[in-house]
Design a protein around this ligand. Structure first.
Ligand code: PMP
Length: 352
């Protein structure tokens, strides 16, 4: 912190991303990345863009990609907004739809970036405690709260939310925008994209980071009725009209085209997740039901922070959140079967 910073910035409490270690090679299960490489068609498309296109600015409107996404999800191109990772899409959404008069509600155990965006937008968010089993208290989200943001499935718990519950929240909040953050939806959840035509207040946020294994090129998008998307474009064009670069555009186009490849990876991850849950339950873990590419696990006898450090010492990185209600849980990303073998071996060693 420095006195050169303006007073507002001095008070910001920024997000701390999961560790990207450089000291040695870890089994890296801490940031919900996809353990498999992206489609070879994506890599080829990016290489082609490197050779041909770097001299030119990218299309600021991402017309081709918006068209491709619109076809894929059966919406109109005017109902698609593209951003630099879904984090940027979420940041623009907070700026566009929420205000001091209409702040935002989210759960106490949720994606921790929401609180950061709320601070950045000078909002006083309403923080709603989840139920004891980390399910969402739907009634509390139906009260007048301003806007709403919910990850489905939730992070870091992995729990999914039934579509009927989201419908109730949308009905009760018809005056305000409800953002459903579907970063992890392709690992077993049910998307609300088909509801967009019925709900002018619904914005669905997606990412290619997890499902398409493209965290490195930063492509996220939002789907919603045109009036919402126009608002996002107004903010984006007041900030950096070029949004995503040519390499990201080329990679994203190829990824949407090769959806079958992403689907195959997701199916493998789901199968590995189900096996891992059984193996961890056998050694004394309790796991929150997960529809994500990660699990939220707590051990009946040994403290999560102790396990976190012991795993790190053994070359396995998972995520530990030192915060109320979840300080005895570990969030473990589902890796390859081999990586999960290493995790289970290390855990057995620690627990013996
Ligand atoms: N939403 C949720 C719930 C997440 O966990 C993440 C990843 N940390 C994101 C959004 C952001 O993903 P990205 O910016 O890589 O698209």
């Amino acid at each position: 912190m420095s006195n050169y910073w303006n007073p507002f910035v001095q008070k910001l409490d920024p997000y701390v991303p999961g560790e990207q270690p450089k000291d040695k090679k870890y089994v890296k299960l801490n940031t919900n990345e996809n353990p498999y490489p992206p489609s070879p068609k994506v890599t080829a498309a990016i290489k082609e863009a490197v050779n041909d296109q770097l001299r030119l600015y990218p299309d600021p409107n991402c017309d081709e990609l918006r068209k491709k996404i619109a076809e894929h999800f059966e919406v109109k191109p005017s109902e698609v907004f593209i951003g630099n990772g879904s984090d940027e899409v979420l940041a623009f959404s907070f700026m566009t739809f929420f205000s001091a008069e209409n702040p935002v509600a989210f759960g106490d155990i949720t994606y921790s970036f929401y609180k950061v965006y709320a601070n950045l937008c000078s909002l006083s968010p309403k923080i709603i405690p989840l139920n004891d089993d980390f399910s969402l208290p739907v009634d509390a989200f139906c009260e007048p709260n301003g806007g709403v943001v919910i990850p489905n499935p939730n992070a870091p718990t992995g729990r999914g939310l039934p579509i009927d519950s989201i419908r109730r929240i949308l009905d009760a909040n018809s005056e305000h925008v409800v953002i459903i953050d579907e970063a992890y939806i392709d690992f077993g959840g049910e998307s609300v994209i088909p509801l967009i035509k019925d709900y002018p207040n619904l914005l669905v946020v997606r990412t290619l980071s997890k499902y398409s294994s493209l965290a490195g090129i930063r492509v996220g998008f939002a789907l919603g009725q045109k009036a919402l998307i126009d608002g996002l474009n107004t903010v984006k064009n007041s900030f950096n009209s070029y949004t995503i670069d040519r390499l990201a555009l080329a990679g994203a186009l190829a990824a949407i085209d090769d959806d079958a490849y992403s689907k195959g990876m997701a199916q493998q991850i789901i199968a590995t997740r189900e096996q891992t849950i059984k193996r961890l339950e056998n050694i004394g873990f309790t796991i929150i039901p997960s529809q994500s590419n990660f699990i939220f696990a707590s051990h009946t006898e040994v403290n999560a922070e102790v396990i976190f450090h012991a795993l790190r010492d053994r070359g396995v990185l998972v995520r530990y959140f030192n915060q109320p209600r979840i300080s005895n849980y570990l969030r473990i990303t589902i890796g390859t079967d081999e990586e999960m073998d290493k995790l289970v071996e290390a855990l057995k060693d620690i627990l013996n």
